[in-house]
Design a protein around this ligand. Structure first.
Ligand code: ARG
Length: 386
């Protein structure tokens, strides 16, 4: 028997020394309150963000005096905030201006123009240089445009890669894809005017560049949106818009500009063209495609397109018909604003997806804004901005 074990304990030995806390107790005492605080903070922040999102969607905050007005009163042409900030950042009308050849040019000027023209033509065939033509005006500040890392190979609504079409962007309102668009230079995106018909407030529009997927890629804030004043009785006419970005794009393999066409670019019927977009893949009950699709189409004669069994004269000379005669390959809802492309030395945006009766039906091909008809407008808008 152990002699020690039976001995009564001395009173000193029973001093209730504080037992060290077990990890579980520490967690209960310190961890739980911290987690609870963090959780409540997270909940408060989420609720605040949600409330802000909901308010942002339906209301606009006027400063001085601070109050909300319904979103539909923003950019409605009437000042609802005392200092008018509800009408400040809206889609702008930029007049088309008179046709360029209003005054007959002097003989000397005509001669100079012919010389410049010949020079440009020889450059153009030299391939290495692409003179930059903007409408009737010539700018020698050139941008390498219309070059992609990959050539498209497959015909008909096939998956596309952003390497083939680095100028394609998604134009979004409140994070929702509305239209396609094409990069012209670090600041400017070319698209269709009808994309902005419902929402004229610039601040909720964003541009996404650099990906063939619709979701998660950087979204860029928009500074200004320009459309041409149009006749409301012919809403299909002049379907062109320019979006100016707040910050310049950085070009890379997946973000690059496309060329504008030459003002004298002729596209005879059956010229092969390409279209791309995230739009509906079926006319009815369709939904946006999450990946960019490409299709090969061709120019369709305007006379054929305006026939009695087709568009009956609705297609003006500032529009262009493209598709395949037998139908089945076409752009559709959600492709609007995107480019109709022609490849000569470089890729050029010769058309803008605009309208059509249904999608892909035989005899009713897609109708595109003819870009050559608006080169002067594009030039004037860009020149008007510092
Ligand atoms: N308006 C449509 C859009 O907003 C584009 C329609 C093109 N239609 C056609 N058949 N190609 O997305």
């Amino acid at each position: 028997m152990d002699p020690d074990s039976d001995q009564p304990l001395d009173s000193f030995d029973v001093t209730p020394l504080r037992k060290p806390r077990t990890p579980l107790e520490t967690f209960k005492k310190v961890g739980v309150p911290i987690i609870a605080t963090l959780l409540s903070l997270a909940i408060i922040i989420t609720v605040a963000v949600l409330i802000k999102e909901i308010l942002d969607k339906s209301y606009f905050l006027c400063g001085q005096p601070l109050h909300f007005i319904p979103r539909r009163q923003v950019c409605d042409g009437e000042q609802d905030c005392a200092s008018g900030e509800d009408e400040l950042h809206c889609v702008k009308n930029f007049p088309e201006g008179p046709p360029v050849t209003a005054n007959p040019p002097s003989e000397l000027w005509r001669l100079a123009q012919t010389k410049i023209w010949m020079l440009l033509k020889s450059w153009r065939t030299a391939r290495s240089f692409r003179p930059c033509l903007s409408g009737s005006l010539v700018s020698l500040h050139c941008l390498a445009c219309g070059e992609s890392l990959k050539a498209p190979r497959v015909v008909g609504g096939e998956k596309a890669s952003v390497d083939s079409w680095p100028w394609q962007v998604s134009i979004q309102y409140n994070k929702q894809h509305i239209c396609g668009g094409s990069i012209l230079d670090p600041h400017w995106i070319l698209t269709a005017a009808h994309c902005f018909r419902k929402h004229l407030d610039v601040s909720n529009w964003k541009v996404r560049a650099g990906s063939d997927k619709l979701g998660n890629f950087p979204s860029l804030p928009v500074a200004k949106i320009f459309i041409i004043e149009h006749n409301t009785t012919y809403p299909k006419e002049k379907d062109i818009a320019l979006v100016k970005l707040q910050f310049p794009l950085t070009f890379s393999g997946t973000v690059r500009p496309i060329c504008l066409p030459f003002s004298d670019e002729k596209l005879p019927p059956a010229t092969p063209l390409w279209v791309i977009g995230w739009g509906f893949t079926e006319q009815d009950g369709g939904k946006m495609s999450d990946t960019l699709l490409q299709a090969s189409v061709q120019v369709i004669d305007s006379a054929r397109c305006n026939a009695e069994d087709a568009y009956q004269g609705e297609v003006t000379e500032k529009m262009l018909c493209a598709g395949v005669l037998e139908g089945g390959v076409d752009t559709c809802q959600g492709d609007s604003g995107g480019p109709l492309m022609y490849h000569s030395d470089q890729w050029q945006v010769v058309g803008i997806v605009s309208w059509g009766h249904g999608c892909g039906g035989p005899g009713t091909p897609g109708v595109y804004t003819r870009v050559t008809a608006f080169l002067n407008w594009i030039y004037s808008v860009r020149k008007s901005e510092p």
